[in-house]
Ligand binder design. Sequence first.
Ligand SMILES: Nc1ncnc2c1ncn2[C@@H]1O[C@H](COP(=O)(O)OP(=O)(O)O)[C@@H](O)[C@H]1O
Ligand SMILES: [Mg+2]
Length: 497
Amino acid sequence: MQKVVSSRRADATPHAASLIEGLRDIGYSLETAISDVIDNSITAGARRIRIVTETFAEEPHIAILDDGSGMTEEELIAAMRPGSRNPLASRDEPDLGRFGLGMKSASFSQCRRLTVVSRRDGNTSAAVWDLDDVAEHNEWAVQLPDDISQIPEADKLGEIGTLVLWEKIDRLSGGFVHNATKRAEVINQRIAETERHLRLVFHRFMEDAKPVSISLNGRRLPPLDPFARKNPATIADPEERLSLIRGDVEIQSFTLPHHKQMGKVDWEDIAGPEGHLKSQGFYLYRGRRLILHGTWFGLCRQSELTKLSRVRIDIPNSMDADWKIDVKKSSAQLPPIVRDRLKKVIERIQDGSKRTYRKRGQKLVDHERLPMWHRIQSEGQIRYRPNVEHPAFADFAESLAPDLRRGFFNCIALVGASLPIETLHADMAGTAEDIVPDRVDEDTLAQAVQATLSVLLGARKDMKEIMSLMKDVDPFRSAWDDTQRIIATTLDEKEQQ
Ligand SMILES: Nc1ncnc2c1ncn2[C@@H]1O[C@H](COP(=O)(O)OP(=O)(O)O)[C@@H](O)[C@H]1O
Ligand SMILES: [Mg+2]
């Protein structure tokens, strides 16, 4: 039992104006702020969510409309209260909210005037938080306007639903207070940048059999599945389930298709502005809403080896306390049991990718496959050395006088020894698939083709086999059309001889 100590009590009610201003700076971005408002719409059962922006007007605004359950006036007033619910109270399963702060703090992070209009059972109510008004009166009091017809976008509300309206969007104007055109440009640009975030964060709802549609100024946003599950080349591992006291955690690993197995648009869409390297990792969903992605939670590095690995983790919202989900729902910490399991998942992924890479390595050193480079692995080190026995080199060396021949082999060895390893490392860490073999000119290619062809024909290989051997190695692979043409002309010439 707590010891009773006699004490006096003093009123310490927060100073409304400063506390509410403080709510503005808890670190929301436009993306996370809009997402938080949309969370409420989804919790309210909305199927159609519309984001409508007016940026060129004298007083620009952003509106988010839904067709969810709506609120009565009493509920609306409760909803406007910062801290409207206790985060420790158990929530209904589909509820995406938590602290009873989201709508307010998300809105104030972007605007100084928040109006919520809600319609339910034929009654329409409206309430306004205006930070300038709070500052003036220093009172925790919302305004209840009688006439909603003056509220922008309120006419777009359907029979039931809610409008969240942001006015005085000072934070989005990029400092352009008087230059309306410039200001509109800045705001529009920022809004356009939120699109991908919304498509990703809510993709599961957008993909449902009865989907939630989210539109931006009349254009419906398509879902963005970070695991490219519709692509047949995506590899999905079996789902694992971890049963904990407060609910089940589901884990599933995916390997995205190689960029050659995906259209360029899809590849870039799924990579996002950060690129694939930074987008690998865990994708943590709470109540099917993506809250965190593109991190291995410090369990391993984001490396080129695991670049195409993404792991879905699903947690119910009953686990918030264990995962330390914050108000913005954009960060979380791992409970130790889950951490151990995820370590195993990562080990498996790393083993798998090493195997794939090794396979490719073997292909490279396979003698049948005429490599220009040998991959030599010894004493824990890997070296690349030009293959001087490659027909293109050997053939030419044959034609040289012995003293010139030595010089020629020296030159080749020098090229091998000065491979720009550090630059390659740096480039690999960026976008590895942008590193491509250099193009060779026609004459160089022709010499290599002719030399190779004559060696292979001499070894009595048939044309089909020769083609399949050459097709797999550079420089032929990356100039395959030209190579085929040169083969055809060479064979023609041989026939005529
Ligand atoms: N679009 C909406 N439709 C219906 N009710 C809403 C809507 N937005 C907010 N609410 C109500 O307002 C409350 C407070 O919302 P919010 O400040 O985001 O906190 P939380 O989502 O954590 O409860 C919600 O719990 C809900 O009851
Ligand atoms: Mg909320």
